[in-house]
Structure formats: C-alpha cells, structure tokens
Design a protein around this ligand. Structure first.
Ligand code: SF4
Ligand code: SF4
Ligand code: FES
Length: 372
C-alpha cells in the first residue's frame, strides 16, 4: 500500500518553483529567466553597458554594436541586446578591449559632426549620443572625412525637424513607427554612407502616411529628428522643468511630462511609465498644447451682444445657454439639440449631462469625445 505521507511530499516537491538558471556577470553569480537577453539581465544588476540602437519597447536589433560583451569560450564579442542568456555563461561587460572598441565606435559615429551640440528640447532620447561621447572622451576627430545622410530642411512641417546630418542609422525611428505606431510611414533607403531615412517616394512627412505621433522624435538618440515646437523655446534662459500630468484631450488618460521654462509651457513628452500609453501619444497630446497659454483662450464666461463678446457672470451665461437651448427645441424640435461630453469629465458629470439632454429635451443625441 502506498504511503500517503510520501505521496504528499512528492506532490509538494513537484509544485515547488524550479530554481532559476544562473550565469556569471562580471564575477557575480546572477539568476535570470529563460529567454532574457544578456543586456536585460545586466540591466537588473546595474551594469552600465552603453547602447544606442536599443529601445526596450522594440524588438532587439543589434545594429550599433555598442553593447557588445565578452563571453568566455566565444570567439568574438557578442551584442548583449540580441544574445540570450544561457546557464553557466561567463560574461565580462567592460574589459579594456571592449571599452576601447566602444570608444572607437563612438568616434566613428561622431566623426561627421564632432562638435554638435544637441538641445535637450529636441526629444526625450536626444542626449544619448552626446552623453556617451562625454563618457568615453571621444572627440570624433580621428575619422573626419566621409559624410552620410542628407538633411531635409525643405520639410517645413510644423512638428518634426529632420536633420539627418546627425543620423547614425540606428533605425529606432523606423522601428518605432512600425512596431509601436503600426504606421510604416518611414523607411531606410540605400546602405552604408548612402543610408537615408525616408518616406515613400522621398516625400515630405505632410505628404506621407505619418500621423505626427512624435514617437520617432522621442526615440531618436541623436536629435536628428527633433521636436520643432519645443525648440521654439531653445533660447529662453530658464532651465527645463518636467511636471507629470495627464493629457487633457480624450478619455484614454495618457501620462505626459509637461516641459516648461519659467512660466512658459514649451513642450510635451510622453511618459514611458504611463500605464495607459507607455511612451506613446497621438498628434494632439504630443504637439497641440499652444492653447494652454494662448491669448484667445476663454478664462471666464462670455456672452455675445450686438455681435460682440463681452464678459458675463456664470449665472448670466448659464441663463443665456438655457434660453438658447429651449428656443432651439421649441422652434426646430427636440432633435435640434445635441450634446458632446468631454472625455476628461468624471462619470458624475457625464451622467448628469446625459440626464439633462434625455430628460429635459427628450432626445438621445448625446455623445462623448472619447469616441472621436
Ligand atoms: S511621427 Fe509617428 S507616424 Fe510619423 S514617422 Fe514618426 S513614428 Fe511614424
Ligand atoms: S533619424 Fe535618429 S532614430 Fe532615425 S536612424 Fe537616424 S539617428 Fe536613428
Ligand atoms: S544596443 Fe545592442 S547592438 Fe545596439
């Protein structure tokens, strides 16, 4: 007869979590989840591996080779962002020869514009190359000569500057447009020094499938793609401040960082840690913020008299609105009334509005801007 106690013990053993595999990272034994890349494992252990073509929202690409590491037994260094961690691996992330290799790569990347200063208003990732240049003391003057990428100053769209003189062909813009936005508005033309980020038929962005979501701008690590609206404030002397907020447009509730200089709102950044948007925005949330401090913005109730608007009290303005709605309903019927609730209004306000429209005017013509 089977011993029930030993059966229970064996059941419990089979339920116990399997121990995670481990590898050696710079002399330290670290565990990882099968499928993680060496770079992902190293990130959790504060290794300072530099990257340029990496964006954690995108499929690993392995283009810039800056994240290479040495693995014991491997003939050549491997890109840590594309190499999956294996049990027993011995990885060295910052040997002398690896660091020398990285410095040379950065010198090559900056050789076209060794003195370029990129304004931080250009985009969220715009300082990545400049920062690495400083970290490695790379002057970029060793390889001066060849140039690549042609800027598009003719593309005068109001949102995105396209200075491909700064482009390092990391393809983050193309990949984010494809993988995150699902838009495929931009692509890569040619190879080597002739590589060019382009739209279909080389059109301007206005004439392409671009939705001006701004994702390519925010992921570009060099400022080659830049936030043209934010850069209007580049000469204001005050420091840039970021204030976390929520986009006021629709009901999704995307998290944003409002960029300001002094009292002036100068730009918007999508929040990478925003639960609803994870670093994405639409054109309205990204670029349509001028209304906030616009002179024409309504700051108090106004009523029209003799064709001109004048300031009024809330009571007067609400009475006028009620009279106008009642007049429209009596002269043109109940379906002449139509209400749109704001996507940012709380449930209670939205409920009250539909009650007012349905109960007071007898129509179901009510909608919500979140559907737009
Ligand atoms: S703004 Fe958005 S849609 Fe347009 S190219 Fe960039 S990522 Fe693609
Ligand atoms: S424009 Fe920016 S993101 Fe696009 S490939 Fe060039 S450097 Fe990379
Ligand atoms: S970050 Fe790994 S190859 Fe570019």
């Amino acid at each position: 007869m089977n011993d029930p106690n030993s059966e229970l013990a064996s059941d419990l053993a089979s339920d116990s979590p399997t121990a995670l595999p481990t590898m050696d990272l710079d002399g330290q034994s670290v565990s990882f989840t099968p499928g993680e890349t060496i770079y992902e494992v190293s990130q959790r252990h504060q290794s300072n591996i530099p990257t340029l073509c990496y964006d954690d929202r995108l499929e690993p690409f392995g283009g810039c080779r800056l994240c290479v590491v040495e693995v014991e037994g491997y003939r050549s260094p491997v890109a840590s962002c594309t190499t999956v961690a294996m049990a027993g691996m011995q990885v060295r992330t910052a040997t002398k020869s690896i660091e020398k290799h990285r410095k040379t790569l950065i010198e090559l990347l900056t050789s076209e514009n060794p003195d370029a200063e990129i304004d931080p208003l250009s985009g969220a990732a715009s300082q990545e190359l400049v920062t690495l240049k400083k970290r490695y003391g790379a002057t970029g003057e060793r390889f001066v000569g060849k140039t690549s990428g042609t800027a598009r100053p003719d593309d005068t769209n109001p949102f995105i500057a396209r200075d491909y003189d700064q482009c390092i062909s990391c393809y983050r813009c193309v990949r984010v447009c494809e993988e995150q936005e699902g838009d495929y508005a931009i692509s890569v033309m040619n190879r080597g020094f002739s590589t060019q980020i382009t739209t279909e038929f080389g059109n301007k962005l206005d004439d392409s499938d671009c939705t001006f979501c701004g994702q390519c701008v925010q992921t570009c690590p060099t400022g080659a793609l830049a936030d043209r609206k934010a850069l209007r404030a580049k000469d204001l002397p005050e420091p840039i401040e970021a204030t976390r907020s929520v986009c006021p447009y629709c009901g999704v509730g995307c998290s944003v960082d409002l960029l300001s200089k002094g009292d002036k709102l100068v730009g918007i950044r999508p929040a990478r840690d925003g639960g609803a948007n994870e670093g994405a925005l639409c054109v309205k949330g990204q670029f349509a913020f001028d209304f906030v401090q616009h002179d024409d913005r309504l700051k108090y109730p106004m009523v029209r008299e003799d064709g001109k608007l004048r300031r009024a009290s809330w009571d007067e303005a609400l009475d006028r609105a009620a009279d106008g709605l009642a007049k429209a309903a009596s002269e043109h019927g109940r379906h002449s009334i139509y209400a749109i609730a704001s996507g940012r209004a709380p449930h209670e306000s939205t409920y009250t509005l539909q009650k007012l429209i349905r109960a007071s005017y007898g129509t179901n013509y009510i909608d919500n801007c979140s559907r737009a």
